[in-house]
Design a protein around this ligand. Structure first.
Ligand code: UD1
Length: 367
């Protein structure tokens, strides 16, 4: 069987790592297509080298742009790739513009599409990611869901027959890397200057368009981070850096210490070294949960609702609405005593993905 994976943005490279390694154990032919949505070395290259992912077979070099331009360029560039490859499955990941373009291009060429991380919903129609995931789920032939909750959403939308519960491939990679980091025993590396890994610090990221693109909101979120009583290691995504510069906002202020995005293993080490995480990233919320650190999520809702149980994750839509004291208490709270279940699976999701792709292959005659 030939499978073409379409990836382009940082979180997709993390999900690709366990999938590529699961395929490497089989006789199947796995082709990697990188759209080039993320192109900075620390947003892309370090994930290939750090996670042992084979270099992409095809690189489309699309780069940045408005949603329409970026999605459209990927769509057009994929046609000849699919024409040449004629894969048995096109595998798309998550909820980015690369995901939607990959799915759309493939279905128009009558190629079977599987969506990894299907069924997640924020129910927030202002988020570009929400449109990407809903449209991709409804276009795809096979929906690989990470959780029971995702399966329920798919069933509600009439998609149960195309769905399969496989678990979350991010658990595969996160736990494997955690074990390696713990075994090596090294202190966290790559933290921003001014953050001492031997004393308490919070790890923060901020990149969602809803948080970065409105100058007033971004200023308020930065002020809230700056007011915290412990150093805040802010690993700045390129979108955050670009928007802050555009709005004339200084990132480094008060408790905030600004650093660059980290490679995956260093990120896991940085979470393990922290007392807690403050973020608007979906992946990091879950990594904090898997790594036993309390997380405060700067959004009104989360797709990963399982992390909210027992206070492991706490949503703060707008720190201004709850006041400095409540905000500080929430953001610096200790890890809960409660033990967690395993709502995201057992760390063997990628192998299950390969099995399901084999079982559910529609067969060329039925296309
Ligand atoms: C994208 C995804 C988002 C995902 C995130 C992870 C969409 C709609 N959004 O958001 O779901 O959580 O990736 O990072 O697909 N830039 C660089 N260098 C890079 C990449 C981006 O400088 O390597 C800058 C550009 O100025 C660009 C901006 O970041 O305009 C935003 O990049 P883009 O790919 O549009 O979306 P992200 O915000 O990264």
């Amino acid at each position: 069987m030939k499978i073409v994976s379409i990836v382009g943005a940082r979180p997709q490279l993390v999900k690709l790592a366990p999938i590529a390694s699961a395929f490497a154990e089989t006789e199947h032919h796995h082709v990697i297509v990188h759209t080039g949505q993320h192109y900075d070395a620390d947003m892309s290259d370090v994930f290939f080298s750090g996670l042992g992912i084979p270099q992409p077979d095809v690189h489309l070099g699309i780069g940045s742009g408005t949603h329409g331009a970026q999605t459209g360029r990927i769509l057009g560039a994929l046609d000849p790739v699919f024409e040449a490859e004629q894969p048995d499955w096109v595998l798309v990941y998550g909820d980015t513009n690369s995901t939607l373009a990959g799915a759309l291009s493939a279905v128009k060429m009558h190629l079977p599409v599987a969506h990894l991380e299907a069924g997640l919903r924020s129910f927030n129609r202002r988020m570009p990611e929400e449109h990407n995931r809903v449209l991709t789920d409804h276009a795809a032939d096979l929906l690989l869901a990470p959780t029971e909750e995702a399966m329920r959403h798919l069933a509600t939308e009439g998609l149960a027959r195309r769905s399969a519960l496989v678990g979350d491939v991010m658990v595969d990679v996160c736990l494997q890397v955690r074990d390696a980091v713990v075994a090596a025993g090294d202190p966290p590396a790559g933290l921003p200057e001014g953050v001492d890994a031997r004393t308490p610090y919070l790890l923060a990221t901020l990149h969602r368009a809803e948080n970065t693109d409105d100058p007033e909101r971004l200023a308020a979120l930065l002020d809230a981070l700056a007011a915290l009583p412990v150093p805040v290691a802010l690993l700045a995504h390129p979108r955050l850096v670009a928007r802050a510069a555009q709005h004339g906002l200084e990132l480094e202020r008060g408790a905030i210490r600004v650093g660059r995005p980290l490679p995956y293993a260093q990120m896991v080490a940085a979470v393990l070294g922290s007392t807690g995480v403050v973020t608007d990233s979906g992946g990091l919320q879950k990594e904090a949960y898997l790594l036993d650190r309390p997380c405060t999520t700067l959004r009104p809702e989360t797709e990963w609702t399982e992390t909210l149980a027992d206070g492991w994750n706490h949503l703060v839509a707008d720190p201004r609405e709850i006041g400095v004291e409540a905000w500080t208490r929430i953001a610096t709270r200790p890890a809960p005593d409660a033990t967690r279940g395993t709502p995201y699976g057992d760390g063997r999701a990628a192998r299950r993905v390969v099995e399901v792709l084999v079982e559910r292959h529609p067969g060329k005659e039925r296309r």
